[in-house]
Design a binder for this molecule. Structure first.
Ligand SMILES: [Zn+2]
Length: 176
């Protein structure tokens, strides 16, 4: 993660000040704290008919060479669903349809102090997976043969899918 050094409004150097309950970066000229907020990002758990999960092998920092879920930072002007499906298309060539929200989590970032990760489930899609932007490979993995996953938030979303979501579906199938 990187600290901001200059005020984004007036360009003067920042100092640190205890304000509103914690140490914050502060601009004396503007007399304002510079708040640090999590940056929103999306990711998608794409599941095929054999209950395998689509992963991409990263070719950019951070975590080059690691596998992760397709996804990326949300752009201004798009909804979380649009951002998630755009990243899916760019990274894997898959055109998907959002089934449901799987979870919203926070994760420490390399460039940002905190990332707000919005995870969706996609079960309906068209196209064949191939590596696109930011990825060397795109491949389907069985639950029992998952590689090490680059980000904790992605791993949590995969676990939410395999544990919580499927359990939830089983429970609803049993109820009258
Ligand atoms: Zn300022």
């Amino acid at each position: 993660m990187k600290d901001k050094k200059f005020c984004p409004w007036c360009g003067l150097g920042l100092t640190e000040k205890f304000t509103e309950g914690r140490m914050r970066q502060y601009c004396c000229a503007c007399a304002l704290p510079v708040y640090e907020n999590p940056v929103p990002a999306t990711s998608v758990v794409v599941v095929d008919k054999d209950d395998r999960i689509l992963l991409v092998k990263r070719n950019i920092e951070p975590k080059t060479g690691w596998w992760c879920l397709p996804g990326g930072f949300l752009e201004t002007g798009e909804s979380p669903e649009q951002g998630a499906l755009r990243e899916l298309r760019e990274e894997t060539g898959i055109c998907g349809k959002i089934d449901m929200l799987l979870g919203v989590l926070t994760n420490e970032g390399r460039f940002y102090k905190a990332i707000l990760m919005i995870g969706f489930l996609v079960r309906n899609f068209s196209g064949t997976a191939h590596a696109g932007d930011d990825a060397d490979q795109a491949a389907w993995f069985d639950k029992d043969r998952l590689p090490e996953i680059a980000f904790n938030s992605h791993l949590s979303l995969i676990r939410i899918y395999y544990a919580g979501y499927r359990q939830h579906m089983a429970d609803s199938a049993c109820s009258p």
